[in-house]
Design a binder for this molecule. Structure first.
Ligand code: SF4
Ligand code: SF4
Length: 248
């Protein structure tokens, strides 16, 4: 995002909308006018300041960026489309609708590390550190996830070096793991969390077992880790698969 210094009257109304605290006051060269500028190194091109519509002089504008800067907008602006998946957003919808799609079957867990959430943003170089740590455990990264699309090597977790300095509002690493690997993955995430300059939250998805327990919740309880149950109903998404009267 950029601000037209001629149009900007320095009212500051756009500043509270910035998710990255990237908008600041500055004085013009002659010193007789205060206007705002965007720290483009910290700006993630989320477009929230622009879409808020608060600017009284129409001074905010979003330039079209080339690769690799373009990555910021596609991961941070929910209205932008990813070239890899052709869908907006940061992860795959089906993770939220597992009980309908059956993507993660009994005995497996879907797991995600939501980089940059809540509220800090994340550099791709930190996402790569997490990718590399997880790759050593042989996890299967989700092919249809836009962040996976930036990997050069799924076996090592190496990302395209051109994007490493890019900062995004959030980016989600998604993977499929057998339930007996959940502990090892959690331990690895605990360790790598101390090596990165951002935060992430972890999602764990599993089908409810036949005895009505949630296998991933049982694992978290056994480890003494804090978690909250989360349910989400997305009407109209997914395809119900039924075999012998049982949703698969
Ligand atoms: S596009 Fe987003 S990060 Fe950039 S200045 Fe606007 S609100 Fe801040
Ligand atoms: S709202 Fe518009 S005029 Fe006011 S500081 Fe922001 S860019 Fe400048």
């Amino acid at each position: 995002m950029q601000i037209d210094a001629v149009k900007c009257i320095g009212c500051g109304q756009c500043r509270p909308y910035c998710t990255m605290d990237a908008i600041d006051f500055t004085r013009s060269v002659k010193g007789n006018k205060v206007h705002c500028t965007v720290d483009e190194e910290e700006c993630v091109d989320c477009g929230i300041c622009y879409r808020s519509g608060v600017c009284p002089t129409d001074a905010l504008f979003q330039p079209l960026h080339d690769w690799p800067r373009s990555v910021r907008g596609t991961f941070s602006n929910p209205l932008a489309e990813h070239k890899e998946t052709r869908v907006p957003g940061r992860g795959t919808e089906e993770m939220k609708t597992n009980d309908i799609t059956g993507r993660y079957k009994q005995g497996y867990a879907g797991m995600a590390a939501e980089m940059g959430r809540p509220g800090t943003g994340a550099r791709m170089r930190d996402a790569e550190k997490v990718f590399k740590a997880l790759a050593q455990l042989g996890v299967e990264f989700e092919t249809n996830n836009p962040l996976t699309g930036l990997l050069l090597n799924k076996q090592t977790g190496e990302m395209n070096p051109e994007v490493l300095n890019e900062k995004v509002l959030s980016a989600i690493i998604e993977m499929l793991i057998p339930l007996d690997k959940v502990n090892a993955v959690l331990e690895t995430l605990d360790k790598v969390a101390t090596e990165i300059d951002t935060v992430f939250s972890v999602d764990l998805v599993s089908k409810v077992a036949l005895d009505d327990t949630v296998p991933t919740a049982e694992i978290m309880k056994k480890n003494g880790k804090w978690f909250s149950y989360n349910g989400k109903t997305n009407v109209g998404l997914g395809h119900l698969r039924v075999k012998g009267g049982i949703a698969q």
